[in-house]
Design a protein around this ligand. Sequence first.
Ligand SMILES: [Cu+2]
Length: 173
Amino acid sequence: MARSAGSSPLIAALLLLALLPSGAVAQDSKYLAWDAATRTVTFELIAGGEGAKSPFNFNGYIDGEANLVVPPGVSVVMNFIQKDGTPHSAELIADKAPMPNMGGEPAIPRAYTSKVVEGLPQEATDVMRFTAPDSGSYRIFCGVPGHGLSGMWIRFTVDPAAQEPRFETPRSG
Ligand SMILES: [Cu+2]
């Protein structure tokens, strides 16, 4: 009796998962914090972590498959952590083709780490602090030559309709 009562919510959850369309977007908020009082988004940006398809990843994602979505005008604090033996950096660039080979002027003032082209060494950290614009689509891109072209970028979107930030990722499995 108790067992069947306990299992039905699990079955309902499994059915719900099965019914979700395969292209559905999931949320991965463990890297994200939101302070509504100060309208500050804090995001942990991990370069080159293990366990991804490629060491040229941010937070395990490549080729724009993840998207940090923020409300307009918020303060963004991006804590960059470099986990790979190959040097990496980060910079916000416009979301448009062609992908640049290397870092240059950021699309948002102050939205770049130090050593954008040279890259920061393993275990280095840096903090990017910038203000989100009113709207727009951007890429968080590694500025070391060839890395963006090798897939080392994810998306950054300012959504005028967003009330709080979210980190959208492809559904796993
Ligand atoms: Cu890189």
